[in-house]
Design a protein around this ligand. Sequence first.
Ligand code: ADP
Ligand code: MG
Length: 502
Amino acid sequence: MARKKFVYFFGEGTAEGNGNLKELLGGKGAGLAEMTNIGLPVPAGFTITTEVCGIYYKSSKKYPPGLREEVEKNLKRLERLVGKTLGDPADPLLVSVRSGAARSMPGMMETILNLGLNDKSVEGLAKKTSNRRFALDAYRRFITMFGATAMRVAREKFEEELEDVKERLTRTRLKKGRGKVFDTDINEGELVEVIRRFKKVYRDNTDKDFPQDPVVQLWGAIDAVVGSWMADKAVTYRRVEKISGLLGTAVNIVQMVFGNKGGGSGTGVCFTRDPNTGKNVFYGDILMNAQGEDVVAGIRTPIHLNDLKKKIPPIYRQLAEVRKRLERRYRDMQDIEFTIEEGKLYILQTRNGKRSPRASFEIASDMVREKLISKEEALLRIAPEDIERLFYPVVSPDIPSGELKEKFFASGIPAVPGAASGHIVLSAKDAEDWAAKGKSVILVRKETSPEDVGGMHAAKGILTARGGKTSHAAVVARGWGKCCVVGSEDLVIDYLQKTVSV
Ligand code: ADP
Ligand code: MG
């Protein structure tokens, strides 16, 4: 019997896999293969199948025989294609090592970027890019990600060191009173110190030196991704979302591209339609001069796709073309991750986008009209919960998100979905009295008790500072289908002064 194939290559217009192999290559791997096949600009790489992860857990955490050789062979192929070698001190190839199961589990598993950097190759990257600051910055990020995910060193330990350096900056180099210091304020010399400190954190917490051998780094990262499949949070997520029957996660090893090489670079996410309203408009944000993780960290404000259109029109046009082609191929709204490296566009991921109930209807019916899907298919795309949720009042999706952000006051745990507006009242009695006079009120309490039920019933909505999804307020409100937010812990409620502040 021929041996099973455990690794699938993609690059330069052809891939061994394709979009139909989601079970085997995971959603991300199948997407990368498919996008490569249809000629989209995808950085090259290879995918270790979900079967490998399955075998690993069935055979007391051992990889199947032959896997090492297959990975080695594919790495060589990638190096040949790109013309760079992993760990080369003069001009290193860098890769990301990314998880990806057949069903999307956002944020549940690990990704390591900039793998292949060590004390020597970081200087090679510095010379090759004529940007030592960029190279050093990539290295310190890699040490953090590798330390945190592959070796389970608490991320805060690295962050503390970085904060320490930043704090000194405020005292010395930067003018006093300038406010916040950004990561981008740290200069080359300071980054060298950050790296030295990070390596010490690594050593102190693992009893090992930070690995300089890129092959050791690579297998450490593969272990981390495969290991993240059984991490508590991933197991819990699958239970809660009722995801079962999957083989495991795939591991995607992808040539790094850089969105943090200056003003002509950036990284972003876009949806082929508006995921809130479902309208057929291009929707998305880009963070200029940034690497993937910065988007989540919210360090700087992203720019809108319309700004990209003005700033780098050819990239916008290319992205708009990608939008069209991916929708036609997948016949559904796509959520696309991309990076621009010095004016060149790369697509890093595509998947069916999550959407609001309203958008589900809008998109399904629009796609019937556009002849992308049949009526029957459109009906099957609407979940029963979508129909239920459609009847709750919602905050108008036409209000610009900027305006909502400006008016944002506090957040809490969503107990019962919906939206409500009215005067704030702080006691059940006030709620009943005011409601009797025809006023709309929101009952705001630290928590509710059975005595409050009359006022709760009279109110349009309920907000509490304490309690979770099973608190009194949540349970009672749920029974009525009344909009309710609980556990909004930042709220300071003073019953005597009748004030609510954060
Ligand atoms: P998730 O499954 O959480 O979406 P990803 O594997 O997509 O994780 O990686 C997270 C982010 O890291 C991506 O959105 C992208 O910005 C960045 N990233 C991953 N691989 C690469 C790569 N090869 N080059 C550049 N950036 C990358
Ligand atoms: Mg992603």
